[in-house]
Design a protein around this ligand. Structure first.
Ligand code: ADP
Ligand code: MG
Length: 706
């Protein structure tokens, strides 16, 4: 099935048709309204009811023309997913007909029943009072389902009536405000032409595609997104033949339709390719402002799943669907730029530009070093625990890659010397004594968790299934914090150049321990990092405990991003969601091994016993089947014992009350370990039991049959 024909419907004709973006607004709104809305979007003006009314009307007309019958406030509660509740536009008239209505009030504010969303104790369930508020900066869009249903979706923030953030968007927007405010203080001192600084993000999304018929026979995949048992096929990814390989036709038909849907939504899907593991792929759109990129990444993940289903495929977004082959992550490409289009992380052509660049660069280095545990926390989930440090993703240690050249420059500057580049390009020594930087500094290091790649940083620890909101909240907050320190110091100084030089040298010297240009996968680095005193937080539970610590609360409160109460509630939700995930994995593992693997082993033993008795009747002197039988019986025995053990441990964990942390620790330290033990013997049995008796699709089916 391939519904895409870009000859008949050229891309430029469909691009953005489902997005109430800038072009549509300019076309459909009266000029004065459009202008005023722009001011609102940029945070320079409040939204007046009159303007909202006009926009709502234009939005409704546009949506109705495109076939919409319903609208919804679309938001991101703390489940990490998106939520929507549809209302139709219809409004009955007294003569028994309907007209289609959508008011400014309905656009601006909604009132979903908030009681069932996690709030981590912020709001007692019976109060259930939260509201959604239109985010004017993120374009409304239309969701089309396969049968022709169309819904207008309005990106919104989700807030309690007492003003607490109940979602991912509110703190993200607050963090963007914080970095804007602090960066603008610096730019004002530097006399740069700018009114606003925004952060941008381009997330690269990895995923697996598998055949839905196989998926439907794997309850573990269905319920947890990963295989909790399954032995590796004889061939995995060791031949390196999948990465960037020719894309299989079935996958390419899927991608074609995926691109079409994304383009219609105005999501600039740009690159796509095979990833390292068999049936693993990546899609990367062109970057957006952080807020829009975050919304769109959620939408992209949803679209991946939706379009896959149309092709009888399933898109797996879990970080580690399969043991033994690479898992999936998300590269969060992050940068900051001015409203005049200047990327602050781009080395410039003249010394002044570069002085500014270096200042922002050392601010980021310090931010990463100082708040490394929080960055680590922002990339923590149970799925990522299987990846970080497993030679497929960066280790759990946060470090920064700059490349040798940039590191040399900083070393030299920090020693107060003038930088002499190695014949690549001449040095210009302006008043600021910051050299002109060589053009190409972007040698890549794929193993680094936080790599400078020319004009942006790439945070490579982010889990594939998770919203990118948290990682970006942390990066924004941390960088804003350091910039505010710089601004404090520079504002007080009466010699800006001197002050900048001092800040650069001091900051670099104090935080260069976080810079590492070598192979992050190596044991050498693990040892070296520990010598340097860098944190190595190996699992989710430990990482999550960073969030409510004082230094973290101080950071978020200082910049009005999250209050202590909001942090504590989020922390509780994160712990609970971790425990729940492991709990489901353990439950399904017990069920699978008990009801599928053990019976299969039993059948095999029965077959073997029959064979052996046949051999005996024939007076055969051979005993190989007896050996196989005892081996199978022995492993079945071990399997059963481990099932019982896991069940006991699980019950114990389930019964821990009133301490989400204690419970999460129990899941991590005991349940998880018992699961690994059980898996080991189940996978051994899988290698012994004949294919036709094995009850569920194997890794061969899942990874190679597409
Ligand atoms: P890789 O070599 O890591 O696979 P890609 O070229 O596939 O990199 O992806 C790079 C990503 O970085 C893209 O999503 C791109 O839009 C994004 N990007 C480029 N410039 C910026 C920027 N200034 N801010 C944020 N993201 C950016
Ligand atoms: Mg990348």
């Amino acid at each position: 099935m391939n519904k895409t024909d870009f000859k008949k419907t050229p891309v430029n004709e469909i691009y953005g048709i489902n997005s109430f973006g800038d072009a549509v607004m300019r076309e459909r709104l009266p000029k004065s309204v459009y202008k005023e809305l722009k001011l609102v979007q940029e945070g320079n003006k409040g939204l007046s009811p009159d303007i909202a009314e006009v926009v709502a009307n234009a939005m409704k007309d546009w949506a109705l023309e495109r076939g919409a019958t319903h609208y919804t406030h679309w938001f991101q509660p703390l489940t990490g997913l998106t939520a929507e509740k549809h209302d139709s536009f219809i409004s009955p008239t007294s003569d028994g007909r309907v007209i289609m209505e959508f008011s400014g009030k309905e656009l601006i504010q909604g009132e979903p029943d908030a009681s069932s969303f996690p709030s981590g104790g912020l709001r007692a369930t019976f109060e259930a009072r939260g509201y959604t508020a239109w985010d004017t900066a993120s374009p409304a869009f239309l969701k089309e389902d396969n049968s022709g249903g169309v819904t207008l979706c309005i990106p919104t923030a989700f807030i309690s009536y007492t003003g607490e953030a109940l979602d991912m968007k509110v703190p993200l927007l607050r963090s963007m405000d914080a970095i804007n405010k602090q960066a603008m203080r610096i730019l004002t001192l530097l006399e740069m032409d700018a009114d606003r600084v925004t952060t941008s993000v381009g997330p690269e999304q990895e995923y697996f595609l598998i055949d839905k018929d196989f998926y439907d026979k794997r309850p573990d995949l269905m319920l947890t997104g990963r295989t909790v048992i399954g032995s590796k096929p004889s061939k995995g990814q060791e031949m390196d033949d999948h990465y960037f390989g020719a894309i299989k036709e079935r996958a390419s038909a899927f991608m074609s339709e995926l691109n079409m849907e994304l383009w219609k939504l105005g999501i600039a899907a740009k690159t796509q390719h095979n990833e390292v593991a068999p049936n693993q792929f990546e899609i990367a759109p062109i970057f957006d402002t952080t807020n829009v990129a975050t919304d769109r990444n959620q939408l992209l993940m949803e679209t991946l799943k939706k379009v896959a289903a149309r092709h009888n495929l399933v898109a797996l977004l879990h970080e580690k669907p399969f043991a033994g082959v690479n898992g999936s992550g998300k590269h969060n490409n992050w940068s900051m730029s001015t409203d005049k289009g200047v990327n602050l992380l781009e080395p410039g052509d003249d010394p002044t530009d570069n002085a500014n660049f270096i200042l922002f660069l050392v601010a980021i280095i310090k931010a990463v070093d100082k708040f490394a545990p929080l960055l680590r926390m922002s990339a923590a989930n149970s799925g990522n625990d299987h990846r970080l440090g497993a030679n497929e993703a960066p280790p759990a240690i946060i470090s920064v890659f700059l490349g040798d050249q940039l590191t040399d420059i900083l070393d030299t500057l920090a020693n107060g010397e003038k930088y002499q580049s190695e014949g690549k390009e001449s040095i210009e020594l302006g008043v600021s004594t910051i050299p002109k930087l060589p053009k190409d500094l972007t040698d890549r290091n794929r193993t680094s968790p936080f790599a400078f790649t020319g004009n942006k940083f790439e945070f490579r620890m982010v889990p594939s299934s998770m919203s990118i909101a948290n990682p970006n909240i942390i990066i924004n907050a941390a960088v804003a914090d350091v910039l505010s320190e710089f601004a404090d110091e520079m504002e007080k100084s009466n010699n800006l150049n001197k002050s900048m030089k001092e800040i650069i040298a001091r900051t670099y010297n104090e935080h260069k321990r976080v810079i590492y240009n070598g192979n992050n996968y190596s044991d050498v680095w693990i040892k070296e990092a520990s010598k340097r005193g860098l944190a190595n937080i190996t699992n989710t539970v430990d990482a999550l405990t960073e969030f409510p610590k004082d230094y973290s609360v101080d950071l978020f409160e200082r910049h009005n991003i999250l209050t202590r109460q909001e942090i504590e509630s989020r922390h509780e939700i994160q712990l609970e969601s971790y425990s729940q995930q492991i709990n489901i994995e353990a439950e399904i593992m017990i069920e699978l091994t008990k009801k599928q693997v053990l019976p299969a082993a039993g059948k095999f033993i029965r077959d073997l016993a029959e064979t052996i008795s046949g051999l005996k009747q024939g007076n055969s002197p051979f005993s190989s089947f007896e050996n196989i039988l005892s081996e199978t019986a022995l492993n079945s025995e071990i399997l059963y014992k481990r099932i019982v053990l896991l069940q006991e441990t699980l019950t114990k964990a389930q019964n821990i009350e009133n301490s989400p942390l204690k419970q999460a620790k129990e899941y991590r330290e005991n349940v998880f370990t018992k699961m690994e033990n059980l898996r080991e013997v189940s996978d051994t049995l899988e290698t012994m039991i004949p294919c036709e008796l094995w009850p569920i699709p194997t890794y061969l089916d899942l990874l190679f049959r597409l």
